[in-house]
Ligand binder design. Structure first.
Ligand SMILES: [Ca+2]
Ligand SMILES: [Ca+2]
Length: 203
């Protein structure tokens, strides 16, 4: 079901009614009650609990928010025009996240893509702690980055990094095996310049 993205007139419950007449500008989104509180959700929850009880696959775990202890500091930032004109609309830039063990210590590291203000590489120190491993080259602060993907492009055992970006083209980084990256986009054949989305490697 598609979300209805018509603006609404603000009332006691602005999400339950749609304005008569032509749409007016509003930063609110109309979300039908059937989506906000779907009547089938609790029923499905109960069914899944019953199925899990009879399964041998471990399912009784949960997650705890440990962002603050992790050391990771990152905020998705949008461009000025997006904030002024397209605030209620999801857009396809700066929404990427890629994970790979960049330095061969068996701990997955994180690369976070930003629309504005630069990307970040966070090296996993273990026990839920991360260190900022970003270089100016990886930040690509002069571009609007879109997504990132890791793949070992040269079969030397370490994951290399491809970042798609609006403005000045996509970037291919070769990993030196210790988490150091060199831009080798020029001449690679995949230094596409345009309006890219996400990239996927496959053989
Ligand atoms: Ca690692
Ligand atoms: Ca490699």
């Amino acid at each position: 079901m598609l979300l209805q993205l018509l603006p609404v007139v603000i009332g006691d419950n602005p999400y339950d009614s749609i304005a008569e007449g032509p749409p007016r500008f509003s930063s609110r989104l109309h979300v039908p009650p059937s989506i906000r509180k779907p009547p089938w959700l609790l029923q499905r929850r109960q069914i899944q609990f019953e199925l899990a009880a009879g399964s041998s696959v471990r399912s009784d775990f949960s997650f705890t928010d440990r962002l603050e202890e992790s050391g990771i500091i990152f905020r998705n930032r949008i461009t000025d025009d997006s904030g002024k004109r397209y605030l209620p609309v999801h857009y396809d830039l700066g929404c990427g996240l890629a994970a790979a063990d960049i330095d061969g210590d068996s701990l997955p590291d994180l690369f976070l893509v930003n629309k504005s203000g630069g990307n970040k590489l966070w090296r996993n120190l273990g026990e839920g702690r991360f260190a900022n491993w970003t270089t100016p080259e990886l930040a690509l602060a002069d571009r609007i980055s879109v997504s990132a993907s890791f793949a070992d492009i040269d079969n030397d055992g370490d994951p290399d990094l491809y970042v798609t970006a609006v403005r000045d083209g996509n970037v291919l980084f070769e990993n030196d095996g210790r988490g150091g990256f060199t831009d080798i986009a020029i001449g690679s054949g995949i230094d596409y310049r345009g309006h890219p989305s996400a990239a996927v490697f496959f053989d």
